[in-house]
Design a protein around this ligand. Structure first.
Ligand code: HEC
Ligand code: HEC
Length: 546
């Protein structure tokens, strides 16, 4: 993470502090030396054309060949509007700011970090970036703002920060719990007119400019130029909030979610609920079940692809009682689709993302319709934005595999179908057979049941079924103590996600814990875990190769 960006405030003491101060001094000297070598924009062009032009465009206008599929779009350097700055709102970034953004990347976006560029290459490419805009040649070099020092966190600071969150109307965009579902969220655009999401403040580890309190304070105070987010320094200068309150606000935001990505699990451990299963997703008894986080990525393997998915992760809990199994699945989605107040947003997203290699929205929607016969978009009157529901699928094989063989993770194929628990915000919970993406065929005799609720930018889905299905039904028979493959898929209807345009996971596992007396170590599990990790590598490869 980027907690070291501002240096100095890491709470080190004694010899460690001294050593690190000396080291920091050395780094500064090295950086100065590197700058002393004179930034060479011409040499920087070579680095840029090799590594950056694909996204940022040969002329720095943010329009490289890969840009059309991205949201947020790669930065347009010609107007010099930078987000990750310690300089005041509306000002140019310092070289240190640009250097940090290049080194660390912008988490939560497609902008990767470039720690492997040499100091020389980094300085040269900075010079080249600056050469795209005439603003850098004008006036004195930009200076960082006076950021002050953190008076410290704790419950009182968090409470004062929560008050500042309301006073400064952060809620209008970020929503009451910070999940990006504020009333203005569907209307937001960046300075180029591209739709922009109000960041989900509960995913602190995905903040573009780093997740430490210092990082958050700097972003909030200096603002994110080029986005609709105002800089709190303006409110501070107008006396609406004190500097202490802005620090408190940073502590409050940091408290909304973990600063590090949740640990990656392979297995949902489904404990035995001796006192009976919770009856719905709100039951207090879910408190006893461990929650496992699984990241989701855009479906980019089969067209139409989804490079800018809304749902980027899911929390899963499970309990069983020897007869039934229940899952509680939670994910963040700022819109409760279908919702007419997100029509404009959906239209802008569809127009911005080059979904089928063409910008023509009608043509691309027609292509989707032609390809998908069994599921027409709903609420679609002539000339209107088609409205899609939100959806979630839980995918299993039809039978517990005896080897590491599993169906194709993208909803199976003709020979190896998958068994699906399906949920749709209009039709509720059901079961289906999948023979490939967008091929769900309903299994009406299956007795899976459940419901979902949406609150403040988050869905909570509850699904339940007997371990052994009805004799007429085709579903999997869950066995205690077996590792059973499971995968997840989510759709945000209000961002135009339907059919293949979804968020997906690779295969993970679900394990129903047997009663304490007969718990055994299941040997094949190890082998399956290994292949599971391999599967993930494959997905990553497939995604990055596209
Ligand atoms: C895979 C696409 C991709 C590549 C390759 C890429 N970038 Fe980016 N870059 C982005 C995106 C997207 C953003 C904007 C993210 C946002 O707006 O939140 C960005 C933003 C930036 C920013 C702006 C930071 C700020 O403060 O606003 C800088 C500087 C930058 N990139 C430099 C580079 C350099 C230098 C390279 C090559 C060494 C590079 N990028 C390669 C996608 C890319
Ligand atoms: C007008 C809408 C709007 C308001 C009001 C607003 N924000 Fe934001 N905020 C945004 C948008 C849009 C982004 C995402 C920018 C991006 O993706 O590059 C964002 C991003 C952020 C981030 C993430 C920074 C990062 O490093 O990625 C934080 C933290 C944040 N806002 C906090 C706040 C706080 C605190 C307030 C109240 C003082 C506030 N915002 C008010 C629209 C708003």
């Amino acid at each position: 993470m980027k907690s070291d960006r501002l240096g100095g405030s890491t709470g080190l003491s004694g010899p460690v502090f001294l050593a690190s101060a000396l080291f920091a001094g050395m780094v500064v000297q090295l950086a100065a030396a590197a700058q002393g070598l004179a930034q060479d924009a011409e040499a920087g062009k070579v680095v840029y054309d090799l590594w950056c032009a694909e996204c940022h465009g040969v002329n720095g206008a943010g329009d490289g060949p890969a840009a059309a599929s991205m949201l947020p779009r790669p930065r347009d350097f010609t107007q010099a509007r930078y987000q990750i700055r310690r300089t005041g709102s509306g000002q140019l970034p310092t070289d240190d700011d640009i250097r940090a953004a290049i080194r660390d990347g912008l988490p939560g976006t497609t902008m990767p970090g470039w720690p492997n560029l040499s100091a020389r290459e980094t300085e040269d490419v900075i010079a080249y970036l600056k050469s795209f805009s005439r603003f850098f040649g004008m006036g004195d070099p930009p200076q960082p703002m006076e950021l002050g020092t953190d008076p410290g966190g704790g419950p009182a600071a968090i409470e004062s920060g929560a008050a500042a969150y309301l006073a400064l109307e952060c809620e209008a965009c970020h929503g009451p719990s910070g999940r990006g579902d504020g009333a203005s969220a569907p209307t937001l655009e960046d300075w180029r007119g591209f739709p922009i999401r109000a960041a989900d403040l509960s995913e602190v580890w995905l903040f573009n400019g780093g997740s430490s309190v210092d990082d958050i304070h700097t972003r909030v105070l200096t603002g994110l130029d080029g986005t609709p987010m105002p800089a709190a320094s303006d409110a501070m200068n107008a006396g609406v909030v004190t500097p202490e309150e802005v620090w408190a606000l940073a502590h409050y935001v940091a408290s909304l979610g973990p600063s590090q990505a949740p640990p990656l699990n392979e297995v949902v451990r489904v404990g035995r609920a001796e006192a009976g299963l919770p009856g719905d997703g709100d039951a207090d008894s879910w408190g006893q079940a461990e929650a496992f986080y699984f990241p989701l990525g855009g479906q980019v393997i089969e067209p139409p692809r989804n490079f800018a998915p809304t749902v980027d992760g899911v929390w899963v809990q499970g309990l069983h009682d020897g007869n039934d199994v229940a899952l509680r699945i939670q994910w963040n989605d700022p819109s409760r689709s279908p919702d007419p107040s997100w029509d404009e947003w959906q239209l802008k997203v569809s127009e911005t993302l080059d979904m089928d290699g063409a910008f023509d929205l009608d043509a691309s929607l027609a292509a989707v319709d032609a390809e998908i016969t069994e599921d027409e978009p709903r609420g679609d009157a002539e000339g209107e934005v088609p409205r899609y529901p939100d959806r979630f699928y839980v995918q299993f094989p039809f039978e517990i595999p005896t080897s590491s063989q599993r169906p194709y993770f993208l909803m199976g194929d003709a020979r190896n179908p998958v068994y699906l628990w399906t949920w749709d915000s209009e039709q509720g919970v059901g079961a289906a057979r999948g023979r490939g993406l967008a091929s769900a065929e309903e299994l009406p005799e299956d007795a899976v049941a459940g419901q979902a609720t949406w609150s403040e930018g988050r869905w909570t889905l509850y699904v339940r079924r007997a371990l052994v299905p009805d004799p007429e039904a085709d579903g999997i028979t869950f066995a205690e103590g077996a590792t059973i493959p499971v995968a997840f898929q989510a759709w945000d209807g209000s961002s135009g996600e339907t059919e293949r345009r979804s968020s997906i996971s690779t295969w993970y596992y679900i394990l129903l814990e047997p009663p304490a007396s007969n718990r055994v170590v299941v040997a094949p599990m190890i082998a399956m875990l290994l292949t599971g990790a391999f599967g993930l590598v494959l997905v990553r490869r497939a995604q990055s190769g596209d």
